[in-house]
Design a protein around this ligand. Structure first.
Ligand code: GAP
Length: 513
């Protein structure tokens, strides 16, 4: 099963390259590790995901506005945010394979295996007992209780070592758990060292430490430092939100699994500023709203789940992930964090500028609390691409690969295909394209047999193909083919727009939320 899933993931990755969605960065120089370029179809899909998010935030919420802050920020920003001192991952090298790992991920691997064992026990028992009670089974089955105790012990030791910054203790845990390198198979480990994930560079011509600046590791700080600018110029009243889409950079120790963990990626973040004491109400609100936004895409509600954080970051009083069932299993897609007043308070301290809100209803000044929603655009892309990718066997015995991308996100909405390159069919096809191109992204193609052209459109996820044939010239009708059902219908040219409009519009998608 695992191999089947691995193979499917490999097929998705090669499909993404073959059809202009994602290319390895600077491929002619053999690529750059964990950096990718989006091709002609990938950038359209990515832009549509951004539009879906941006419109949800700024059109459906009249108290949320968007900004576009610079990637470079004053270096003190990152001192205040805690990133200079605490944005570290513990890393460890295997002396035989020379491979580098995140120490916490090696330990989490052991926990995952124990969790899998628990799930297997549950699966077996649920088949055996008709009225299976999961909660009861978890608390009474001796094997499950033992696995769970091991998980809790490991978690507690890891949390304690990380919390105290005790890297020797973390290494001891790796030794005690007898973790071997998956490549060399040996337990010949170096010491664990802290590794800061921020990329730095110099600003100006003098390369000394005073000019050192960072490539932002999250977009959120661009929002915090502009909190008062936006609040005052936009006359915003609490509660209100500031949204932003932009690049972030992290020097990930172990960057793999295609575009899941990259060194240059994009985030879509929204900081929601609320009255202190009301943050938990808004945290619950955004947890629910963000899940609805994901589920409205139609990729399958069962593919999402919440994962509450037990180990909270230094700035949070509640946090959870929305996880998605990626090809490699359930992983974080989006984070929802109640960040308290940590960031604004800290920026106040470091900048010496007041970052407070005057609440005219209560006649008082306060530093607002913040609830953040933060989703990785590239991870969204991967969730859409991998779930849409289908290898289908057709009734006539042939096969097709189709991307069943939610229609509103598809790179092209309509393909315009004259059956032949003669008899005035291309001219008529261009006339139809002129009717549609201001409303939908259209793709024109006249080369190759029609069946081959349909397959190519299936492979890039085009929801509709319009075929212009000789009948079109006599009665002004075309055939319209649906990507998912492959059914064709003959319709009049003036009706095409309204048939397509309903299913491919972003507004239609947003109305589902
Ligand atoms: N401002 C909060 C923040 O940055 P995070 O959990 O570190 O929180 C938020 O990141 C989201 O950004 C994640 O849920 C994930 O979707 C995305 N993300 C984080 N690191 C990433 C990476 N190396 N590659 C791709 N996406 C990443």
């Amino acid at each position: 099963m695992e191999n089947q899933e691995d193979n499917l993931f490999k097929n998705v990755i090669s499909h993404a390259k073959e059809y202009g969605f994602i290319f390895p960065s600077s491929e002619i120089y053999d690529g750059l590790s964990a950096v990718y370029d989006y091709g002609q179809n990938g950038s359209e899909l990515k832009n549509n995901i951004k539009e879906y998010w941006w419109k949800f935030m700024t059109l459906l919420h009249d108290n949320i506005v968007g900004i576009d802050a610079a990637i470079f920020m004053h270096p003190t920003t990152w001192k205040a945010s805690g990133h200079v001192d605490a944005f570290n991952d513990p890393m460890i090298d295997n002396k035989d394979s020379k491979k580098r790992y995140r120490a916490d991920q090696l330990i989490e691997g052991v926990i995952e295996k124990l969790e899998e064992k628990i799930e297997k026990e549950i699966e077996k028992a649920s088949k055996r007992f008709e009225n299976f009670d999961r909660a009861m089974f978890l608390s009474t089955n001796a094997r499950v209780v033992e696995y769970q105790k091991k998980i809790d012990d490991i978690n507690a030791r890891m949390k304690d070592a990380l919390g105290r910054g005790d890297m020797a203790d973390l290494k001891q845990l790796i030794i005690d758990l007898e973790i071997a390198d998956p490549i060399s198979g040996t337990k010949n480990w170096t010491e664990v060292r802290q590794f800061n994930l921020m990329f730095s560079t110099e600003m100006g011509s003098v390369a000394d430490d005073a000019n050192k600046i960072y490539l932002r590791p999250e977009t959120a700080q661009g929002i915090f430092v502009n909190f008062l600018n936006v609040q005052k110029t936009g006359r915003m009243k609490i509660p209100f939100g500031i949204a932003q889409i932009g690049k972030a950079f992290r020097n990930e120790i172990v960057a793999r699994q295609f575009i899941f963990r990259m060194r240059e990626f994009e985030q879509m973040e929204m900081q929601f500023f609320v009255k202190p004491g009301e943050e938990m109400k808004w945290y619950e609100y955004w947890k629910e709203k963000r899940l609805q936004w994901h589920q409205a895409l139609g990729l399958g509600s069962e593919n999402y789940r919440y994962h509450d954080h037990l180990n909270l970051a230094h700035y949070a009083n509640a946090a959870c992930d929305i996880q998605f069932n990626f090809p490699m299993g359930f992983r974080e897609l989006e984070g929802i964090h109640s960040r308290t007043d940590f960031d604004l308070k800290s920026h106040e301290k470091y900048s010496g500028k007041k970052l407070q809100y005057f609440d005219s209803e209560d006649n008082q000044n306060y530093i607002p609390y913040v609830v953040e929603t933060s989703v990785g655009l590239d991870r969204m892309f991967l969730s859409v691409l991998a779930t849409s990718y289908k290898e289908e066997k057709l009734e006539d015995g042939s096969e097709r690969v189709v991307l069943k991308i939610p229609a509103a996100l598809a790179p092209n909405k309509v393909a315009i295909l004259p059956l032949m390159k003669k008899d005035g069919l291309p001219e008529k096809a261009h006339e139809i394209m002129d009717l549609l191109k201001f409303d939908f992204r259209c793709f024109y193609e006249e080369k190759d047999a029609i069946g081959k052209r349909y397959r190519r459109q299936d492979a890039i996820g085009t929801p509709y193909c319009i075929t212009i044939d000789h009948q079109t010239l006599t009665d002004n009708t075309v055939t319209i083919r649906d990507r998912d059902t492959m059914k064709q219908e003959r319709v009049s040219i003036p009706s095409v727009k309204s048939i397509i409009q309903d299913s491919v519009s972003m507004a239609g998608l947003l109305k589902k939320i």
